[in-house]
Design a protein around this ligand. Structure first.
Ligand code: GLU
Length: 286
């Protein structure tokens, strides 16, 4: 009988928004999710989150893929593009509406408090004479408990912090929150490893996942790189391009920003071999 090696149940993903090339900040999420998948003999999927058409830069997806390959991060299977999956978001949305778990909201940005949760203005029906602009998920009350593999036990009160959140935007686009949950569910993602700016959205995503009948993936949120003003390094604040001519140096910079010591390696392959061992030691699963 042929020997079939045990298959790891781990499925991870890197889900960049193609609003520009990878930069030092987004490389951290790519590296951490890649290493975690490889350290667990898992699959590492690439999902291009290009449904915010206003922010998507044509060709940035190809540039990101080329950068990943140059740095030695090969994904498994075919990449997916959210822009090709719109009917799936529609059917998830329909299913939520059919169960009264989503509702239309007429509020404009000017009518809402700048910070703080959605006050629930349209929760029990649109005010007379008003039309739905966006659609919101009926966030259930209660504290959401989960463990972040790097940051430890978390408690989030999504109703108090965010309130009912948007799943379909006033401009007609699907919101990130809906698309990410639908895709993580459809792709059987077991582990989310991403930047710490998304930690605060985790409770909302877990609640939405349960409403759609999906399991909640394990999560790990990794440090963000900030500029001198303490703002998250991003394409918007002109993070400089990655230096792909010195791959080991570029990889080591991201590695150190993740809190590890510089690795001695002659090439990217050597770097990844050593990094994978160190990662598995620091972040074992189970
Ligand atoms: N597309 C999101 C971003 O680039 C990441 C989504 C996620 O990892 O959940 O910020």
């Amino acid at each position: 009988m042929a020997y079939a090696p045990p298959q790891s149940a781990y499925i991870g993903r890197f889900a960049p928004s193609p609003s520009g090339p990878l930069h030092a900040g987004s490389l951290l999420a790519a590296m951490a999710s890649f290493l975690d998948a490889r350290a667990n003999e898992g699959r590492w999927l690439l999902r291009i989150e290009d449904i915010d058409f206003a922010r998507t830069v044509p060709g940035a997806d190809r540039v990101i893929m080329q950068q990943l390959l140059t740095l030695g991060m090969q994904w498994d299977g075919e990449p997916t593009w959210q822009s090709r999956r719109l009917p799936h978001y529609q059917s998830a949305f329909d299913s939520l509406c059919a169960r009264d778990l989503a509702y239309g909201c007429a509020c404009t940005r000017q009518e809402l408090p700048p910070d703080g949760p959605y006050p629930g203005t349209c929760r029990n029906g649109l005010p007379p004479g008003r039309q739905a602009r966006s659609w919101r998920f009926r966030t259930p009350p209660g504290i959401e408990h989960f463990t972040d593999r790097r940051l430890g036990p978390q408690q989030q009160d999504a109703q108090a912090k965010t309130g009912d959140f948007i799943i379909r935007r006033a401009d007609g686009y699907w919101a990130y929150q809906l698309a990410v949950v639908v895709d993580d569910g459809a792709q059987g993602i077991t582990d989310i490893v991403r930047g710490a700016d998304l930690l605060e959205l985790t409770a909302c995503q877990r609640m939405l996942a349960r409403s759609l009948g999906h399991p909640c993936p394990r999560v790990m949120h990794v440090p963000l790189l900030c500029d001198e003003q303490g703002r998250k390094l991003s394409k918007q604040n002109h993070a400089s391009a990655l230096d792909l001519s010195h791959t080991v140096r570029t990889l080591n910079q991201a590695w150190c920003a993740l809190g590890f010591e510089t690795l001695n390696a002659d090439d990217a392959d050597g770097f990844w071999r050593a990094a994978r061992i160190a990662w598995a030691r620091r972040y074992p699963i189970g």
